[in-house]
Write a protein that binds this ligand. Structure first.
Ligand code: NAP
Length: 242
């Protein structure tokens, strides 16, 4: 059985990745998020609020089970939040805690536990972190989100380097999926231009039908994950997938 542990499986890209995984034979998906929206005989839901790090710590043992019949294990850290769009100096401090908890600290805890739980297993093991182009350039109003994704890229690079030094064979990638037609984009379009100078650009992308369908991107990602080689780059964009 091929096991996929996917955060944010309830909607958007995470849901599309879950459905694309389940469409393949011999797969089981453990979806990790607050809402259970998928019913499938090979889907298991682990209710978890990733902004509650005590709850994450408490439930790690349920997520990272022994899976004795596993022929591969894949963790996809997909769940993320933008939080309130607004400038530094104009946000409550709690905003930074919330965004970093969901986008960085919870994924780091899941990566860390995946690596310690499965380091000794002789089977293909992969961690895929879903990043963003926002990690690479300043986007006003998105400070916490951008910083959390840049840190996730850095953590992925270091973890992959370490696994190479250990000779574990574990593969780690951080992938930017492009601009997707999901609830996150609805949130972006609802922002006030005073807090986000690119508001019109994102409204335009939507009006011109330039948002990618999450189902298409999910299929592309699944093909790549199941292909012979993920390629040498640890941090990459969906357009660069082999
Ligand atoms: N949309 C884009 O244009 C775009 C562009 C670049 C990168 N990305 C990245 O792609 C990934 C997926 O984004 P998306 O657009 O599909 O987002 P989305 O539609 O807003 O879905 C977010 C998912 O994350 C989960 N989530 C949010 N807060 C959570 C929490 N506190 N605890 C547990 N789960 C939580 C949600 O599940 P529950 O509500 O059930 O908890 C939901 O399944 C993210 O990493 C995002 O940064 C998106």
């Amino acid at each position: 059985m091929h096991y996929y542990l996917i955060t944010g499986a309830s909607r958007g890209l995470g849901r599309a990745l879950t459905e694309a995984a389940l469409a393949r034979p011999d797969t089981t998906v453990i979806g990790i998020c607050r809402h259970a929206t998928i019913e499938h005989e090979r889907y298991r839901h682990q209710p978890l609020d990733l902004s509650d790090l005590a709850a994450v710590q408490h439930n790690l043992h349920k997520v990272f089970a022994a899976f004795p019949d596993a022929s591969s294990l894949t963790l996809i850290n997909n769940a993320a939040v933008l939080g309130e769009i607004g400038y530094l100096g104009e946000q409550p401090n709690e905003h930074y805690e919330f965004v970093f908890d969901v986008n960085l600290l919870a994924p780091a805890m899941l990566m860390n536990t995946f690596l310690s739980a499965y380091q000794g297993r002789e089977l293909p093991r992969t961690i895929l972190n879903i990043s963003s182009g926002a990690a690479l350039r300043p986007i006003d109003g998105w400070g916490a989100y951008s910083a959390s994704k840049a840190a996730l890229d850095a953590l992925s690079r270091t973890a992959q380097h370490e696994q190479q030094l250990r000779g574990s064979g574990i593969r780690i990638r951080s992938l930017s999926p492009g601009v997707l037609d999901t609830a996150m984009q609805e949130h972006i379009r609802s922002a006030d231009a005073r807090d986000f100078s690119e508001a019109d650009k994102f409204v335009g992308l939507h009006q011109q039908g330039q948002l990618r369908k999450p189902e298409k991107v999910a299929e592309q990602i699944m093909r790549w994950l199941n292909g012979p080689d993920l390629g040498p780059e640890v941090v990459l964009r969906v357009d660069e997938l082999l």
